[in-house]
Ligand binder design. Structure first.
Ligand SMILES: CC(C)(COP(=O)(O)OP(=O)(O)OC[C@H]1O[C@@H](n2cnc3c(N)ncnc32)[C@H](O)[C@@H]1OP(=O)(O)O)[C@@H](O)C(=O)NCCC(=O)NCCSC(=O)/C=C/CCCCCCCCCCCCC(=O)O
Length: 718
């Protein structure tokens, strides 16, 4: 809806009304069309201000409407009609002007914003382009170079930056509607031709072709395989070279292609998944809306290795006072140098004049006695963690929340050695912890709703996408990674090279293939876990079947050769030296693989990229179904958010579970059956019961799985 009011004097005020962000739904668009007509017809009105209700101008087109038929007046003619009005129209921008919201403002003759407002054209993040004239008007207003940056990244900018770029005419700290009203009163009667952006030429630099070529290369590198960034550059090419009307035709064609693409559906699904996971619920019935969170102001981090340091910075950036504890003096000395520098850098990146939190360093565990929450981030070793938790429970005051940054160990076992097991949860950060968006909040059988709510809210304060997950080995993310890594190793045994596997995965859209990623994380991490599980090490026979299933000793042998990845300068690839970043193919690896195959009587075969993708991705997806079946994740959105925000799953493929739906559950089932038939000794390839059940009921859309699973559980089908 849009409300019309005539202010004393001659200004018409149009207020968009569609909480919470005044998205341009069919009703709002109809309201705008009607009220603009009314203002136009009213002879007493000499100027118009458009604003949004409840401190938000407009969050853009109504994304929920994209799933159905488009009803109501279309955006493009609506904005043209506003631009054509012969009375000055100003947008009074408060809160946000995003996507179609900013495009609406660009159709107005003037734009006045509050200093705290955020503006942007984030359509690219939803698999679209600014298809309501934004791709043609913005470059005409601020020039091609700046428009390319804003439109291809979709970043939100401050009012100050928008003013500098020329998007805004005025920024105010006062009431923005009052300012806009005053503004239009002042300019009433002045000629409007130069204010109609569609009539202006597009300012381009002399080397426009090279600028556009470079932009195209950049977007292709940045988001491999994504259609929208490429289409955004194409739309801007049209703005630079064609008259407005033809540019609009190009914009429309590109939008239609994107709008009907699977990628747009995937990205819009990813937008909503991110919000769905915030509305967490546990099998016990506790949920985000019935569990109170505590507000934390003092916290401690135990262990100042890479993870601990990042966690200290992430906490301090939210304004929390942090006690950073490390019992090894050398590590403490290093951390107390490194952490303040990290904090300063990160604060600078976020344009904070001074980092808000206070950090104190200590080598004494007793110093955590006054904090409200502790995050243990010591080495991934259960006996060490148990020792720390026993100590914490004796030194912390009653009621302190005790969290572990374990990446997969049993939270319940840790809880069992404390006096208040209900106050123990996992907070699994991803490296670097102050940068990566994902946080898995792990609840054990005894974790209280309050502890989960507090950890979830703390994650949110730190700017993380927090996902509540159940307590099982590897939780959600790492549990699914296991079959993925396993298949990658089997593919090497069967004839693939690390490069072939990585290229197939990178072509799919991962920023890094599995072997490059393993080299980066360090190959010794998995090696140690396999040793602890009794799968390798002294006394374990070097066969390809262990603990009753197929096993590849390849990664163990690479480690035994002293190749631990980037840190040793050698792993699945070679690097310039220890700590080197650029992976190059290593003849050693090829000779090693040939010798390995010969030793085990394996005949190398040529493996197509399709098989690589199927084996790696479908094994991972299958584990996702097992996780849903076991109620370790509340719904497919949780798994998808974890993979998009923590594991580099290409956002334009939505997430593993969404991708399964797009490929077709029947097809995933059939291919898993095929591969399991060929590899009966690989249990991870055995299709999950849930997948079978979903196929049996006709492969319903991913958005309905949560409900389906709950019903199946009630009827004991899972
Ligand atoms: C920054 C925000 C606005 C606010 O953030 P925050 O305060 O943290 O709150 P949130 O939790 O994020 O959101 C609160 C709830 O609001 C919902 N929400 C937010 N934005 C929208 C929206 N735009 N539409 C619908 N709902 C929205 C959100 O989901 C929350 O609800 P819930 O908790 O999930 O229930 C932040 O929300 C934000 O960033 N929002 C998104 C901003 C954005 O990306 N805007 C751009 C939207 S796309 C757009 O504008 C495109 C315009 C041009 C193209 C128009 C295309 C029209 C179709 C034409 C068809 C042509 C093809 C023809 C096909 C053919 O012929 O075949």
């Amino acid at each position: 809806m849009a409300m019309y009011s005539r202010l004393p004097g001659s200004v018409a005020l149009i207020t968009l009304q569609n909480p919470p962000v005044n998205a341009l739904s069919a009703a709002v668009r109809q309201g705008i069309v009607d009220t603009v007509q009314r203002a136009l017809k009213d002879p007493k009105v000499t100027s118009v201000v458009i604003c949004g209700q409840n401190g938000k101008f407009c969050g853009g087109a109504d994304i929920r409407e994209f799933a159905g038929p488009m009803l109501g007046p279309p955006l493009v003619p609506m904005i043209h009609a506003i631009e054509a009005v012969d009375k000055p129209v100003a947008a009074a921008i408060e809160g946000v002007a995003l996507g179609g919201g900013l495009e609406l403002a660009l159709g107005c003759h003037y734009r006045i914003a509050h200093s705290k407002a955020l503006l942007g054209l984030p359509e690219v993040t939803l698999g679209l382009l600014p298809g309501a004239g934004g791709s043609q008007r913005l470059p005409r207003l601020i020039g091609l170079t700046a428009a390319l940056d804003l439109i291809t990244t979709g970043r939100h900018i401050s009012a100050a930056e928008a003013l500098k770029l020329g998007i805004l005419d005025q920024v105010t700290d006062n009431n923005v509607v009052d300012q806009a009203v005053e503004f239009v009163r002042r300019v009433a009667g002045q000629p409007l031709d130069s204010r109609r952006l569609s009539t202006l030429p597009c300012p381009c630099p002399p080397d426009v072709d090279s600028l556009l070529d470079k932009a195209m290369v950049k977007v292709r590198q940045r988001s491999r395989g994504a259609l929208a960034p490429v289409a955004c550059v194409q739309a801007l090419m049209a703005a630079a070279s064609l008259p407005y009307t033809q540019g609009m035709e190009k914009e429309r064609d590109l939008l239609t292609t994107l709008f009907n693409s699977g990628q747009a559906r995937a990205l819009q699904y990813a937008f909503f998944s991110q919000r769905v996971v915030g509305k967490w619920s546990l099998p016990s019935g506790a949920s985000w809306d019935n569990s109170a969170a505590r507000t934390i102001s003092k916290a401690a981090v135990i262990g100042l290795g890479t993870m601990g340091r990042g966690i200290v910075v992430a906490l301090a950036l939210t304004g929390i006072s942090v006690v950073a504890v490390e019992t090894q003096e050398k590590q403490l000395a290093e951390a107390s140098q490194a952490v303040p520098a990290m904090l300063q850098r990160e604060a600078g990146r976020r344009s904070l004049a001074t980092p808000p939190g206070v950090i104190s360093f200590s080598s004494n565990l007793q110093d955590v006695s006054e904090v409200e929450l502790v995050i243990e981030a010591v080495f991934e070793d259960m006996s060490l963690k148990l020792q720390v938790f026993r100590h914490l429970t004796s030194v912390c005051r009653p009621g302190t929340l005790l969290c572990s940054n374990t990446s997969g160990l049993d939270i319940d076992q840790l809880a069992a050695v404390t006096q208040s097991p209900g106050l123990v949860v996992g907070m699994h950060f991803f490296a670097p912890a102050h940068v990566m968006k994902l946080l898995e909040v792990v609840y054990g059988p005894r974790s209280s709703p309050e502890a989960v709510a507090t950890a979830m809210q703390l994650g949110k304060r730190m700017g993380k996408v927090s996902v509540a997950v159940g307590n099982c080995p590897g939780f959600v993310g790492n549990r699914m990674l296991k079959p993925y890594l396993e298949q990658a190793n089997f593919l090497l045994e069967e004839g693939a090279t690390p490069q072939q596997v990585d290229e197939a995965l990178e072509e799919f859209g991962f920023p890094m293939g599995v072997f490059r990623m393993s080299d980066l994380s360090g190959l010794d991490v998995g090696w140690r876990i396999r040793k602890e599980a009794g799968l390798t090490g002294p006394g374990v026979e070097s066969t390809r079947t262990r603990q009753g299933r197929r096993y590849s000793p390849l990664p163990d042998q690479v480690c035994e050769a002293g190749r631990l990845g980037q840190k040793t300068g050698r792993g699945w690839y070679q690097y310039d030296g220890p700590g080197g970043r650029v992976a190059r193919s290593d003849p050693w690896v090829h000779i090693f693989l040939e010798a390995y195959r010969a030793e085990h009587g394996l005949v190398a075969r040529s493996i197509a990229p399709e098989e690589i993708l199927e084996r790696c991705l479908y094994a991972l997806i299958n584990e996702g179904f097992n996780i849903l079946q076991d109620a370790m994740a509340a719904g497919p959105e949780d798994i998808d958010a974890i993979y998009v925000f923590g594991y580099g799953w290409p956002r334009h493929h939505g997430g593993p579970m969404f991708h399964a739906g797009q490929v077709g559950l029947g097809r995933i089932l059939e291919r898993l059956q095929h591969h399991h038939h060929n590899h009966p000794d690989v249990p991870h390839l055995k299709p999950s019961t849930l997948l079978r059940r979903l196929v049996a009921v006709g492969s319903p859309p991913v958005q309905t799985w949560r409900e389906f699973i709950n019903k199946e559980r009630v009827h004991s089908q899972l």
